[in-house]
Design a protein around this ligand. Sequence first.
Ligand code: SF4
Length: 312
Amino acid sequence: LTKHFPLPGGWAFWRPSDRVVKALDGISFSIEEGTTFGLVGESGSGKTTVSKLILLLERPTSGEIRFAGTDIARLDSGSIAGYRRVAQAVFQDPYSSLNPRMTVGELLAEPLIVHEAPSRDTVDRRVRELLDIVGLNPASGKLYPHEFSGGQRQRIAIARALALRPKFIVLDEPVSALDVSIRAQILNLLCDIQREFNLTYLLIAHDLAVVAQVSKTCGVLYLGKMVEICSSEDLAHNPLHPYTQALIAAVPVPDPDSPEPQIIAGEIPSPLNPPPGCRFHTRCPLAQPQCREKEPLLREVAQRRWVACHLV
Ligand code: SF4
């Protein structure tokens, strides 16, 4: 899957520009039904672009996005509505993702009315059911989003995502705007709902602990390239790619006897002009001469384990 964003042509803005931001450059991964795939990486790695492509908010430059066998990137507008029923999203900020002028009951009823046009009784019953699933009082339906705490608002956003009984949910930084004390509750709720309704999740997060706690399989993105795909246990305890190792080493451990966290040297380079060879070579402590010239391919180095590094 590739997504390049062309830049405007400067003063000759009517001409197509040959300068492109290479947000994603030929990545590939699959998500097993009923499981969570966690995607990690620094800002600028391409995580949000993956989310936008899968939610059809952007079209890929090339490549396929297969959902239950169908390439959704090439669906016509009639079929897109069907995909949007089964693929939903929960975003980072529950403050801006809920319309402040609508009551919670109206927010939860809206997708049902738009897609299914059921009777008033059916809508009311489903709204009460959704509030119950996410652990909110049925009387909450009469209140407005600003009358809830951040954690409760994220519960409302999750209830709204569940309204049309989806099969797949993109969780784009679902807990990073919440207090630390609330995060575990929301993550537990997401796990319970997944088990109950056999949901499949793509979890996008920069917090490795969150990804390792919830995901079965994890992918590590760096500057538009997938550099490692592994289980969550391997991500936390046995990372193989030098970038994944650096991400783990940068996590602070709340133990005075633990070594200080090691911050990754340098900044992530610009996706406008990514380094040749291995894109991580400008920051990699193990870089060899060949890393500057030859791009390492993502290879299966063990069962269900893929790494893109010349040394692994
Ligand atoms: Fe480092 Fe070379 Fe491996 Fe890239 S290919 S991660 S530069 S050792």
